[in-house]
Design a protein around this ligand. Structure first.
Ligand SMILES: [Fe+2]
Length: 598
C-alpha cells in the first residue's frame, strides 16, 4: 500500500511511504531555500517537495492508494476550540475578554477562524494535487498531534510505548498522550493550545531579541550560562503545573488572554510588568529552560505512572515528537526519569515530520493487520531526501569554475585533512530528513579546539550558544557519554544530550557544553558506511573516535540540498575543502597547498 503524506503549513513537506516504510521525505524549505517554508502564506504550497518525492519514488495516480493530510477536519477543529474555551477554561472574565479582545487573530479564532482556516487549507491542497494529476484519490484527514504521535510510535519499532507530543500548537492542541499497544495508538489525554509550554518558550525567545519559532535552540544553549534559581520563581507566576496539567497563569490572572500569538507579544511583555528587568539574558534563558524541563517532566512522569499501572510493566519506553522535543535538554531529562527504560524522538520531530506521520497514521488505519509486524518497522535511517549523480555534480563544479580532483578513497583523505586541522564540508548521497545534518550535508572539524565555535560560526555568519555537536564511532560511545547504553537509538539522530565522561571533557573540548553535556550522533557502518569510514580514518591518525559535525548551511539558510547549494555555501563560508561525492574541491587558500603537497 502506497500513501502520499502532505503537511501544508509552517515547515511544510511531503513524504511517500510504502507498506509502512518511508521511501522519501523532504521538507519544502530545502528546495525553496526559504527557512521553515510556510505553505499557507506567500511562500506558496509545497509543490517542489511534492514533485520531488513523486519523482524519486515513481509515484503516480496508478500506484497511490491514499493521500494523508495532517489537517484536522474543519468542523471537528471548530468544535474543539469552542469546547476548550467555554468548558475547559470556565473563567468568565477570560471568555468575555476574549470575545471583545482587539486581537484580530483571536476574534477570528473564536468566531469562525478554525473552520475557515482548515477548509481553506484542504481546498489549497486539493488544487495542488490536481496540478500533479493526483486528484480524486481518497484523502485521509487527521489532527496535527495524531500525525506527530504516529511519526514517533510507528518508527520506533516498539510494540509497547508511552507516546507523548508537545509543540507550540497545531489544530487547537499543544500536546497529546497516547498508549502505543501492539500497533494501536490509544489516546488518553490532550493539552489545549490555551496552555502551551511551547508558545510560552516562543514568547521568551522573542523577549530576548530572537526570532520565535526559529531560534529556540539558541535559548537552550544560552540557558547553560545562566542561573535558573534567579528567575524560576518569576516564571512560576506565569506558567506552572496544576497537578499534572499545564497551566497558563499569565493569561488567567494577569492578561486574561490565552493565546500568545505574535500579535500579542507586546501586550504580553506589558503583562510581565518589567519583572525580568535587571536579569541577564542568560538567567532569563536558564529560567525558561528550567520551568520547561520541570513542567514537561512532571507531565510525562504523571502519565508514565498511569501507563505503568495500566500495562503492569515496571518500566516503559517513551516515544516523543513535536517542536518541544527538539529541545535536546528536555529530552535528556525525560530519559532520566525513574521508570523510563529508553526514549525515542522522531528525528523530524518538528512540523517537517508531519507529512510522514500523517502517511503512517493512514497506513495503520487502513492496514490493521500490519500492526502485527510493528517491531520490524524501526526507522533504519533518515537519508530520505534527494541525491545527485556524479554527472550532475561535475556539471555544477565546472559551472563554478572550481579546482577539484577525483579521489578514489575520499573518506581516508577527509580523515587526513581533519587530522591536519582543516575544515571539510561533506556532501554525499541522499540528504537527511529532519533538522539535523548527519554526515551527508555536514561541515566537519577536529574536536580538540574549543575556539572553533567562535571562529567557524563567525565565518558561517551564525550566532550560537550551544557548541557544535559531535559525531562518534558507535563502538566507543559508552566511554564518551554517560548512561547512553539504553538510548543509543535516539543518539543515532542527534536528538538528545548526554553528560560527557572525563575522557570526553579532556580530549574533545570543542563539543562539550559549559554544563558538561553533548548531543552526539553515534555512527554505525551499516547505516552510513562512507561517514563511518571518515571517522575511522580520523581515529587511525589521532586516536580520537569523535569529530565536530555541524550542519552545512549559511546563517539563517536551510541545510544545503543540491550540489549548487553546497558550492555556494562552501564559497561564502570560506571553508578549506569541499568533499562532494568522490571529488575533493579546493578553496582559493588550499589550492596553493595542494600544488605544494604534490
Ligand atoms: Fe507541531
Amino acid at each position: 500500500m502506497r500513501i502520499l503524506g502532505i503537511f501544508d503549513d509552517h515547515n511544510c513537506g511531503c513524504a511517500v511511504i510504502e507498506d509502512g516504510k518511508i521511501l522519501a521525505a523532504i521538507e519544502e524549505e530545502r528546495l525553496s531555500r526559504i527557512k521553515f517554508h510556510n505553505g499557507t502564506t506567500e511562500d506558496g504550497p509545497p509543490i517542489r517537495s511534492l514533485k520531488k518525492v513523486l519523482e524519486m519514488t515513481n509515484t503516480s495516480r496508478r500506484n497511490t492508494d491514499y493521500i494523508a493530510l495532517a489537517i484536522e477536519p474543519p468542523a471537528k477543529l471548530q468544535r474543539r476550540v469552542l469546547r476548550d474555551l467555554l468548558c475547559v477554561q470556565r473563567h468568565d472574565r477570560w471568555i468575555y475578554h476574549s470575545i471583545f479582545s482587539k486581537s484580530i487573530r483571536w476574534d477570528k479564532y473564536f468566531l469562525f477562524y478554525p473552520y475557515w482556516y482548515n477548509a481553506y487549507r484542504i481546498r489549497q491542497v486539493k488544487r495542488l494535487l490536481k496540478s500533479v494529476d493526483l486528484d480524486g484519490i481518497p484523502i485521509e484527514l487527521m489532527n496535527h498531534h495524531e500525525a506527530h504521535a504516529a511519526s514517533a510510535y510507528y518508527t520506533s519499532g516498539w510494540e509497547h510505548a508511552l507516546v507523548v507530543t508537545l509543540d507550540g500548537q497545531g489544530d487547537g492542541l499543544a500536546g497529546s498522550v497516547y498508549y502505543g499497544i501492539n500497533g494501536d495508538l490509544i489516546k488518553v489525554d490532550e493539552v489545549s493550545s490555551f496552555h502551551s509550554i511551547g508558545l510560552f518558550y516562543n514568547f521568551i525567545t522573542w523577549m530576548l531579541g530572537y526570532k520565535p519559532n526559529r531560534h529556540e535552540g539558541k535559548i537552550t544553549g544560552l540557558a547553560a550560562y545562566g542561573d535558573p534559581q534567579k528567575t524560576i520563581e518569576i516564571y512560576r507566576k506565569f506558567f506552572r503545573m496544576n497537578g499534572a496539567e499545564f497551566q497558563y497563569e499569565l493569561s488567567k490572572k494577569v492578561f486574561q488572554h490565552a493565546y500568545p500569538q505574535r500579535s500579542n507579544y507586546d501586550r504580553l511583555l506589558l503583562a510581565t510588568n518589567g519583572t525580568f528587568k535587571g536579569f541577564s539574558p542568560a538567567d532569563i534563558a536558564a529560567g525558561v529552560q528550567a520551568i520547561s524541563e520541570e513542567c514537561t517532566t512532571t507531565w510525562v512522569a504523571h502519565h508514565l505512572k498511569k501507563y505503568l499501572a495500566y500495562t503492569g510493566f515496571s518500566s516503559a519506553k517513551v516515544c516523543m515528537a513535536g517542536g518541544v522535543f527538539s529541545n535536546v535538554k528536555i529530552n535528556q531529562r525525560v530519559a532520566e526519569l525513574p521508570g523510563v527504560e529508553s526514549v525515542f524522538i522522531f528525528p523530524a520531530m518538528v512540523d517537517g515530520g508531519l507529512c510522514s506521520g500523517a502517511a503512517l497514521w493512514a497506513y495503520y488505519k487502513h492496514c490493521p493487520e500490519a500492526k502485527k509486524y510493528i517491531s520490524q518497522m524501526r526507522l533504519p535511517h533518515v537519508y530520505l531526501g534527494p541525491e545527485y549523480t556524479e554527472e550532475e555534480i561535475v556539471q555544477s563544479l565546472k559551472r563554478a569554475n572550481l579546482k577539484y580532483e577525483y579521489v578514489e578513497n575520499i573518506e581516508d583523505r577527509i580523515g587526513a585533512l581533519l587530522a591536519k586541522g582543516k575544515v571539510v564540508a561533506r556532501f554525499n548521497g541522499r540528504m537527511e530528513y529532519g533538522p539535523r545534518a548527519l554526515g551527508n550535508r555536514s561541515i566537519l572539524y577536529q574536536p580538540t579546539d574549543p575556539t572553533v565555535n567562535d571562529w567557524l560560526n563567525k565565518r558561517l555568519k551564525r550566532t550560537e550558544f550551544m557548541p557544535f555537536a559531535p559525531s562518534s564511532l558507535a563502538e566507543d560511545c559508552e566511554s564518551l557519554y554517560k548512561r547512553i547504553r539504553n538510548n543509543k537509538f535516539p543518539a543515532e539522530f542527534m536528538t538528545i544530550t548526554f553528560d560527557c565522561t572525563p575522557q570526553m571533557h579532556k580530549k574533545c573540548p570543542a563539543v562539550v557544553h559549559v554544563d558538561g553535556t553533548a548531543r552526539p550522533q553515534i555512527v554505525y557502518p551499516h547505516i552510513n558506511e562512507s561517514y563511518y569510514r571518515i571517522l575511522k580514518s580520523y581515529q587511525k591518525r589521532t586516536g580520537l573516535s569523535t569529530f565536530v559535525n555541524t550542519s552545512f548551511n549559511m546563517h539563517e539558510e536551510p541545510i544545503v540540498c543540491t550540489p549548487d547549494d553546497a558550492i555556494r555555501a562552501f564559497q561564502l563560508g570560506h571553508l578549506d575543502y569541499l568533499a562532494i561525492h568522490n571529488f575533493l574541491v579546493y578553496s582559493d587558500a588550499t589550492k596553493e597547498e595542494s600544488t605544494s603537497d604534490s
